[in-house]
Design a protein around this ligand. Structure first.
Ligand SMILES: Nc1ncnc2c1ncn2[C@@H]1O[C@H](COP(=O)(O)OP(=O)(O)OP(=O)(O)O)[C@@H](O)[C@H]1O
Ligand SMILES: [Mg+2]
Length: 499
């Protein structure tokens, strides 16, 4: 306890203890507890509380008790008129208030709680932050008269200043944590499964596979034509899984020159090459604890394929110019729109790397094979784009729907998304018409048409392939539609595949 006359060394020790305690807490409420305990301890006070501005500020009771020691609920209520008048004085003057003998004090002696609770000594200091009063610390003693003296004031002020700063930074940190939680929840919403629209059998199968691999670290290879939603799936795998709190880092492997890509992926040491003016960590290190998404992984050069294989085998990355590796904990998801097995066959992609990347392999079917998903997606995009001044656009004419179904969608979902966005702008009424979609005429669009000069075999093949596509690859349904046997269809398919 600090007793008058204040012993400088003692005061410093007490202050540094408080600073250390404040340093170890992060929650605003914990800051108040530390401050109160330290003040009670150092001054030998019996009871105390911290008042802070109410969140809303202003109002009838702009301050409220946020932490207290040794008051019963009843006493706290009883002491309110007293503390209110003491605190008002403190807040009015911005100066601490000391009461040596409350009963004899003309300002407070008449207040009921002073009499009933036998309060003898009171000390109250303002909590100030950047010149603004944000609250006060109130301490009292029942047993001792003259408990607090003017010698205590510098100490009390120092504690109050530290407390205000600690409280401020704890509040800011709490606000940032909250903001972070909110952003993450939003990212999860925006990049979750719920954003992937589709009920076709192929998409249902895909969702099922995704669910199963979500909480594993297995590498996932996503194959599919351009615009089929590969990146959407990669993000959902990250944001729906246990790594969602970690980073999602995407790298497009297609366009960068080799040296740049290598340093992007793995980082480099200062001086490793011209232009490497400082140490730099690569994307693998940046994604530690999260997911690395390698987009167009088939475009990696042989050199980088080898480097990537080494990372996958060892779990370590080595910065360009470094002699030793660093452990990283990442999940690798990759995407390609050319089947990697074809690239392996062509000799441009390492087979051993393919096997490292495709522990789980999923395929996004082209949009034209997703049946009613086309209409589902079109409606989804219509809802998204028909807002503000376009909010009155709310449906498609039957002709527009059939044009959507007929089109072959070489650009897949991305093309559909663009078409609907444009159509919503062009629509004149509440309904999107076929013309608003600006799709090419079916005859020009459909490369595969029965044309004069075709052989019967070619016509047969055309019929099978188109029906198969309309049936989303289902051989039995195709056979039924064409009025032939399943075996006949299978036989033909095999024949064409081998041709
Ligand atoms: N099933 C879906 N539901 C809703 N939106 C989708 C779906 N699939 C794709 N999209 C949207 O279509 C667009 C293209 O998707 P994405 O970028 O994931 O395709 P991609 O396969 O990565 O294409 P690319 O091969 O050209 O990179 C995005 O705007 C995406 O949000
Ligand atoms: Mg993509």
């Amino acid at each position: 306890m600090i007793g008058p006359p204040a012993d400088a060394q003692h005061v410093l020790a007490a202050l540094s203890e408080i600073a250390a305690a404040l340093n170890s807490v992060r929650e605003p409420a914990a800051v108040l507890d530390v401050v109160l305990d330290a003040a009670l301890d150092a001054l030998g006070a019996e009871r105390g509380f911290v008042l802070l501005e109410t969140e809303e500020g202003g109002g009838a009771a702009p301050f409220e008790v946020r932490a207290q020691r040794n008051f019963s609920g009843e006493e706290l209520d009883g002491v309110r008129p007293l503390s209110t008048s003491v605190v008002q004085e403190v807040l009015r003057t911005g100066e601490p208030v000391l009461v040596f003998e409350a009963g004899a004090d003309e300002r407070y002696g008449g207040i009921e709680s002073v009499v009933l609770q036998h309060i003898q000594s009171i000390a109250c200091v303002p909590l100030r932050l950047r010149g603004k009063q944000i609250g006060a610390v109130y301490l009292d003693a029942v047993k001792t008269r003259g408990r607090f003296t003017r010698d205590h004031l510098p100490f009390l002020r120092a504690v109050a200043d530290q407390a205000a700063i600690a409280l401020d930074s704890a509040r800011r940190e709490a606000a940032l944590r909250e903001e972070n939680r909110r952003l993450l929840a939003e990212a999860r919403n925006r990049h979750g499964f719920s954003e992937i629209v589709g009920t076709s059998p192929a998409m249902e199968a895909l969702f099922e596979t995704m669910q199963r691999v979500l909480d594993t670290d297995a590498t996932v290879l996503i194959e599919g034509e351009t615009g089929t939603g590969k990146e959407l799936v990669a993000r959902a795998l990250h944001y729906e899984g246990p790594r969602a709190d970690g980073p999602f880092v995407a790298l497009f492997c297609g366009s960068l020159p080799d040296e740049l890509l290598e340093s992007e992926l793995f980082g480099h040491r200062k001086g490793a090459f011209t232009g490497a003016v400082a140490d730099k960590r690569g994307l693998f290190e940046a994604a530690d604890g999260g997911t690395v998404f390698l987009d167009e992984v088939g475009d990696l050069s042989p050199k980088l394929q080898t480097a990537l294989l080494r990372v996958l085998q060892t779990g370590e990355v080595r910065r360009v110019g470094d002699t030793s590796g660093r452990r990283v904990d990442v999940r690798v998801v990759s995407a390609t729109n050319r089947p990697l097995s074809d690239l392996v066959e062509d000799g441009t992609f390492r087979e051993d790397l393919l096997y490292r990347l495709n522990t789980i392999q999923v395929e996004l079917p082209p949009l034209r094979q997703r049946g009613d998903d086309i209409v589902l997606l079109a409606t989804h995009f219509l809802d998204r784009f028909a807002t503000g001044p376009r909010a009155h656009v709310n449906t498609f004419t039957p002709e527009a729907l059939s044009a959507l179904r007929r089109h072959r969608w070489p650009g897949n979902v991305r093309e559909l998304e663009g078409a609907i966005e444009r159509a919503v702008v062009l629509a004149r009424g509440a309904r999107v018409e076929a013309a608003d979609l600006r799709l090419p005429e079916p005859a020009a669009d459909d490369a595969l048409q029965i044309a004069p000069g075709m052989t019967m075999k070619e016509v047969e093949r055309l019929a099978v392939e188109q029906t198969l596509e309309a049936c989303e690859g289902n051989v039995s349904a195709t056979a039924r539609t064409l009025g032939v046997s399943r075996r006949w269809v299978q036989y033909r398919l095999k024949e064409w595949a081998e041709a």
